[in-house]
Each structure stands twice: as C-alpha cells, then as structure tokens.
Design a protein around this ligand. Structure first.
Ligand SMILES: Nc1ncnc2c1ncn2[C@@H]1O[C@H](COP(=O)(O)OP(=O)(O)OP(=O)(O)O)[C@@H](O)[C@H]1O
Length: 365
C-alpha cells in the first residue's frame, strides 16, 4: 500500500521563506535534494512539528498533523514521526543497550522487540559499550535503531551519513534499505549528496530557495538535473545482476536486452554473494566517462559498447551533452564541441556508446 504525505505549507524565518505544495504517494523512500541553505532541514522540521512558524496543512495517510486554519496542530511527540540527524544525539553517559532501553520506555505500544531491532541493525556486539567508545557509523546505527524502536509511522532522516567515511556510508545505506523493506517503514531522506539519494530514493524532490523545483521518479529527476549545475552529469540506472565473472573480476548487469560490465575485483566473497541476491542494483555512470564512436569499435579495450541513437544535443560553449537512447534506457555523454564537429554528429544518428567497466559506479557494494 502506498503512503500519502500531503504538504501545503509556508514558513518564514527572516529573509528565508519555505513554500511547499506537494502531494507524495510512495511506498519506499522519498529523497529530498538541494544545496546548503535550500530549505531541506526546514522542510523536515515542519513535517516533524518542530517549527512553530509553519502555516498551512500537513497530513500523513489521512491523519491531519497540521491545519492552521482550523486551529489543529498535533505536537511533535504525538505525530508518530521519528527523526535521525546528522549527529547521532545519543546519551553519552549511557551504553548502547541503555540508549535503546530509553527509547523503549518512551514508547508504549512497541510491537517490535529490542532484540529484533538489535539483530536488524547488527548491534549485538556493541550493546555494552558506551556510545562515546563507538565510531561515527556505529553511533548512527544506534541512532537509527533508537528511532525505529519508537515505531514511528514515518521516519525522517536529515543528512545521516554526511559525517561518515565511505565504508560506513555503504554499510548504513544497505542498513537503511533493509530497515525500509523489512519494517515497511516509510522514510523521507534529506541529503545534498545525489549519490546517496540515487542509491536509496524511489522518488526525489529537489528544493531550491525554499521551493520545490522538480519532483518525480528518481532516475528521471536526476536525468533532468543534468541540464542544471546542481549535480555532476550522469546516467542513473537500475539494473539486474545477470552473472558474476570471477576470472576477470567483473559482473554482468542486464539493462533491457543489453549487458553492461562493472568491475568487482575489490569485493569480498561475502559482498559478491550479496550482489547475486539483489533483485536490482542502482548504479550510475558520469557523462564525462562515456564516449561515442560512429563505427563499431572492434578492437578497443573498452568493455562496454552499446548501440544507440542520439536524441538530443545540448551545447554550452565548448561542452556538449548528448542524450542517447538505447532501447528503453537513456544515457548521457559529455563530449567536446571539437568531437561533435569532427564526427559530424546529428540527432537520430546511430552511434556506439562506450564506457569502461570501472566507470560504472555504485555506493552499496
Ligand atoms: N531559526 C532560523 N532563523 C533564521 N533563519 C533560519 C533559521 N533556520 C534556518 N534559517 C535559514 O533558512 C534557510 C534554510 O535553512 P535549512 O537549514 O533548511 O537549509 P538546508 O537545505 O537544510 O541546508 P544544509 O544542507 O546546509 O543543512 C537558510 O538560509 C538558513 O539560514
């Protein structure tokens, strides 16, 4: 069943105004993307009931949380919404176990046991440690477990991974996906990292200067952002894992009827097994990593060569962004205007889309 979050709100703080009108219907994770100061945290605080200046209406799954015209305002404690912040905000003098107990005490109707959450979040070996003895990633796991234990109807996450290193980010991203799926817990995830959102979100909202400037299915929105300065231009994909080739350290990914190879020589056997068990893998290829050939490159070291057609040519000074279609999938390649002229490229022209296996990137394996 889909969740419905309806936002029709305004909040003004000094020169900054947040004005949001959006109805979201989603079953997984909604991502909120925007640069620093765009209003992402302000939006989460409004939904959570932490901003006293908000006017308008907010409802979640037919429960009215705020309706200022009718003087209705459910306070933050009773909204059944939990929040995870950039910094974990745990009790430093307590152990992991005691921090979790504290959350259980505050929640009267918890259907999830502490043990279930500990197993889900892999915290069993850390229970007796003081939170000050934990790494940043481990602390965020505790913060997530604590938020989940209060059994919220909606979980809001505000840049929860921004202080973490790449490995901790990867673990937490996988954990968030698992928690979202296993507990069927809807989430709104705020980040200025398009990479994190590409891995997690089913839908994406883009905020600029307190207003939504784009929203929709995650791959589509990221592709639309290629024409702005907001992200590094990229092709965003969901692919199926077809086959692992251990001899060459590659995985073969199915994209419609074509295959893409990605490097996995750095993966452990455990990671490779996890990869084969995925229904689908999110990955991305920067437009600067894709090149074009007009005749079939038969003796190239570049392993990925797909046959497609140019559907759009956008030129900004000496840089050109080509939009290419290859069956149902859209690809983006950035080339120089020199190459555009040298190859005499034109709309509807059939071309070979080339990229190295190492150019296919993901954060979750
Ligand atoms: N209490 C406040 N009083 C006045 N202005 C505020 C207040 N809180 C936030 N602002 C302003 O509102 C704007 C949006 O802030 P917000 O924290 O929502 O942005 P953000 O997109 O989450 O940024 P970041 O990614 O840096 O956290 C900023 O210009 C900020 O200075």
């Amino acid at each position: 069943m889909k969740n419905r979050l309806t936002l029709n709100l305004e909040s003004t703080k000094g020169p900054f105004s947040l004005v949001i009108q959006q109805c979201l219907s989603f079953s997984g994770i909604v991502g909120v993307f925007g640069h620093s100061g765009s209003g992402k945290t302000s939006l989460l605080r409004a939904i959570a009931g932490l901003d006293k200046h908000v006017k308008g209406k907010i409802s979640f799954n037919d429960r009215m949380l705020l309706d200022t015209k009718n003087k209705q305002n459910i306070n933050a404690e009773n909204r059944h919404i939990s929040m995870v912040f950039q910094e974990p905000r745990l009790f430093p003098h307590l152990t992991v176990s005691e921090n979790l107990e504290f959350a259980i005490k505050r929640c009267q109707h918890s259907k999830l046991t502490k043990q279930e959450i500990i197993e889900l979040t892999n915290l069993s070996t850390l229970l007796n440690k003081k939170v000050t003895e934990l790494s940043g990633g481990e602390q965020q796991k505790v913060a997530l477990a604590r938020a989940v234990l209060s059994e919220p109807a909606l979980l809001l996450l505000d840049e929860p991974l921004s202080a973490l290193d790449r490995q901790s980010k990867k673990e937490l991203l996988i954990l968030l996906k698992t928690v979202n799926k296993k507990l069927n817990l809807p989430m709104v995830y705020v980040s200025h990292s398009s990479e994190e959102l590409q891995q997690l979100a089913e839908q994406l909202i883009v905020i600029e200067r307190g207003k939504i400037i784009n929203s929709g299915e995650v791959h589509q929105v990221l592709h639309q952002l290629n024409s702005t300065q907001l992200i590094k231009q990229q092709t965003s994909l969901s692919v199926k894992v077809a086959e692992i080739n251990n001899q060459y350290g590659l995985v073969k990914l199915a994209c419609d009827d074509q295959f893409i190879f990605m490097m996995i020589d750095h993966l452990t056997e455990k990671d490779k097994l996890a990869l084969t068990q995925l229904n689908s893998l999110r990955c991305y290829i920067f437009a600067s990593d894709i090149s074009i050939a007009t005749i079939e490159p038969t003796s190239s070291s570049i392993v990925n060569q797909l046959y497609g057609k140019i559907t759009k040519i956008s030129q900004v000074e000496s840089q050109v962004l080509l939009t290419l279609t290859c069956q149902q999938q859209t690809f983006f390649a950035s080339i120089s205007s020199y190459s555009l002229d040298k190859l005499s490229l034109s709309i509807n022209q059939a071309v070979y889309i080339q990229f190295k296996a190492s150019a296919v990137r993901t954060l979750t394996i």
